[in-house]
Design a protein around this ligand. Structure first.
Ligand code: DGJ
Length: 690
């Protein structure tokens, strides 16, 4: 039995020694577990014997036998620091294959993670053809799948539809990243659709920065099986004698109070265990990408430091375009791989910049894309065998670049050294934005030779090895995980990063949808949100949107009016005051932008004594329709809260009828807040108790 405060997963061993799932749902009273019926669904079903549906595991044995039969051997429960780990051992009675199902239960956060280890105990090589991290079963008349999908600049669009008989696959085959067209997370609601506050719903995501595959299959009895893990597409894994294969964890929670509770469980778990320094403060910043692109020089950057200081942000982040000697990086055709300062743009180097920034009272950070190479680079000329490309075929570029072969330990060393050498230039370099702007195509690894099917998995493992080394030397350096917008948004990567870049799309309105999507699985302190010149909404609107995440700027501060600058300075100060609640509080999504041209959400401090409400309205056509109040959630009904709209434009008036009133939590949750003004209007409201 794997149990947390809200979620439970129960297995039973059948008389045939097979392992069955007998329950998945919200936790039961302790005495009720014994009343559970025997399970009918094999817990981790293999291919090749009597299984007629999608398997969790498929093995080609050394003698060519295409079957695996898994019988229960034993299980062991270990109490680790603040969670419990159950290892269930399964074994094939005929073949030397042992499978460990490793289930970690985080009681307070109601999260279970499921990973699998396959061990070849024989003397010959076998081939793993399918290797899921988890297989879960449900029985209900209906199932609703919420999936997240998109493209560059339109990440995390949400779609919800009933699952029908047969199999639905949500997967990616991008190699260097999990996310682009399909995102590695989902909800499945059981019985009927789940809302934010109602319904039985499973929320899941895979901790893997590469190809993933989620299979949802409804069988002839209307039972649903959910199989999640690394995508086995083109990825057979030869398992040598004595070797083992570890899958990444699939992370899930089950709530009977809708999606909101499931998200809060994931956020708590993420901050406590999954994201680097999840409980620590984050740095606000000014980035130069949108403002300057690659057109800058030393003096221009030093001037931009002043802009950062004016705004009051913590850090200046120097983006792409600072490197390349033989081939200066003036556009995206050259220089990736040549990580030395461009002497024309930066004659005194990064050290000078780091010092100049520090002297002005702002930290300094740097952009890197260390896994990539441009054909026009010294690295390409020196190491033609270090990159992924098919021999005998034309090179295939994406953003004019190729992917380095991270399965090769020498390349891993190079990538590690790139980061280490850059950081060693000056101790004051105190932040890294790690980018990855292409996926794998025409893939062939010179290093893996006749084992090409390993590359997608070996690449991600190589990346993690590099990141492990970086984190050993720089355990707490804040780093942003970026991948040409939001290509890398997964807990496999976030173990090494403090935050991620969700999308290059920073249009205020579109960002509401994008951030709404991510908020289902990631806490606000991981979602970098920058104010830029994308979008035609008022600066206040764009600022309020960015305040819902980890705030930054990527804008020409010099182009701001005096009023806008005064507003922005004040916004940074306000954000600093509110950010502990935004980063560490409980999120309640109140008004869903997919349902009306309005959005509202709020963060409530864990003690229930403070909260921040965000409200957005972009309704231009429905001016005459009534504006309904926003009912708050998560407050202490018996407490009195002072309501105050903050982050107003200088001289601006509150949109709230209830501004500066003291109202009970009960009232605020039953009667709510009334916001005036409809057209690209937005509000940030602070609730405090004495
Ligand atoms: C893609 C990222 O998403 C952008 O923010 C920016 O860093 C560019 N790459 C730089 O090339």
């Amino acid at each position: 039995m794997i149990e947390t405060d809200q979620t439970a997963l129960v297995f039973k061993v059948g008389t045939n020694q097979k392992l069955y799932q007998s329950y998945l749902g919200t936790s039961l009273k302790p005495s009720d577990y014994t009343s559970l019926k025997d399970g009918q669904h094999e817990a981790y079903q293999s291919a090749g014997t009597d299984n007629l549906f999608e398997p969790a595991i498929q093995v080609l044995q050394a003698d060519g036998n295409p079957s695996l039969d898994l019988k229960y051997v034993k299980h062991e429960v270990r109490q680790l620091n603040d969670h419990q780990q159950t290892t269930i051992e399964l074994k094939d009675p005929e073949y030397p294959v042992r499978v460990l199902l490793i289930l970690d239960a985080f009681p307070k956060e109601s999260i279970i993670t499921s990973a699998v280890t396959v061990i070849n105990e024989g003397k010959e090589k076998l081939v793993l053809k399918q290797f899921a991290s988890s297989m879960l079963h449900m029985d209900a008349p209906n199932y609703w799948l919420t999936q997240f999908h998109g493209d560059w600049a339109s990440e995390m669009r949400m779609d919800e539809a009933p699952l029908t008989s047969g199999i639905k696959i949500v997967d990616s085959k991008l190699g260097t990243r999990a996310d682009m067209y399909q995102s590695p997370m989902f909800y499945v609601a059981k019985g009927k659709q789940a809302s934010e506050t109602t319904g039985d719903v499973l929320a899941g995501t895979l901790a893997w920065t590469g190809n993933f595959r989620f299979a949802f299959e409804i069988d002839n009895s209307n039972s649903l099986r959910i199989i999640t893990g690394i995508n086995n597409y083109s990825s057979e894994w030869p398992l040598e004698a004595g070797e083992h294969f570890e899958t990444p964890p699939f992370i899930f929670t089950y709530s009977n109070q809708g999606k909101g509770q499931a998200s809060r469980n994931l956020h708590d778990w993420a901050r406590n265990y999954a994201v680097l320094d999840g409980k620590e403060p984050r740095l606000t910043l000014l980035n130069n990408w949108e403002a300057t692109g690659m057109k800058f020089d030393q003096q221009k950057l030093v001037n931009l430091f002043d802009d950062g200081v004016k705004l009051g942000v913590d850090l200046f982040l120097l983006d792409d375009g600072w490197f390349g000697r033989k081939y200066p990086r003036d556009d995206d055709h050259t220089s990736l791989g040549d990580w030395q300062e461009d002497p024309k743009k930066l004659p005194d180097g990064l050290g000078y910049l780091a010092k100049a920034a520090t002297d002005k009272g702002i930290k300094f950070g740097i952009w890197l894309e260390p896994e990539m190479v441009n054909p026009k680079s010294e690295l390409y000329e020196k190491h033609p065998d270090w990159m992924l490309k098919l021999p005998n075929r034309e090179e295939h570029y994406y953003r004019n670049q190729l992917v380095l072969d991270l399965s090769n330990p020498k390349v891993q060393d190079f990538v590690y050294e790139t980061v280490d050498k850059t950081l060693s230039i000056d101790k004051r370099i105190s932040y890294v934005k790690w980018d990855c702007n292409r996926m794998m195509t025409n893939t062939y690894s010179p290093y893996l030779k006749n084992e090409q099917s390993k590359i997608a998995i070996a690449y991600v493992r190589g990346l993690y090895k590099v990141l492990d080394r970086i984190r050993e030397k720089y355990p707490h350096l804040p780093m942003m995980l970026c991948s040409g917008g939001g290509g890398r948004t997964d807990y496999g990567g976030l173990k090494y990063f403090t935050e991620f870049w969700p999308s290059d799309n920073t249009d205020g309105l579109e960002r509401i949808f994008i951030q709404w999507g991510y908020s289902n699985f990631f806490p606000a302190n991981t979602i970098a949100a920058h104010i830029t010149s994308w979008g035609k909404q008022p600066l206040k609107f764009r600022t309020d949107v960015a305040m819902m995440g980890k705030l930054g700027y990527d804008i020409e501060v010099g182009h701001m009016t005096e009023k806008e600058l005064a507003f922005s300075k004040n916004a940074v100060a306000t954000y600093k005051e509110l950010s502990p609640i935004i980063w560490q509080g409980d999120l309640y999504r109140l008004l869903n932008p997919y349902e009306q041209p309005q959005a509202a959400l709020m963060y409530v401090a864990k003690q229930g004594d403070e909260a921040v409400v965000f409200q957005f309205d972009w309704n231009t056509e429905m001016r005459n329709k009534p504006a309904y109040p926003v009912l708050l959630q998560g407050l202490d009904a018996g407490r009195q809260y002072r309501v105050e709209e903050v982050n107003l434009m200088p001289g601006g008036k509150s949109r709230l009828s209830e501004n500066e009133k003291v109202l009970s939590g009960d009232y605020l949750m039953k009667v709510g807040l009334h916001f005036n003004g409809r057209n690209y209007a937005s509000s940030v409201v602070k609730l405090t108790t004495n």
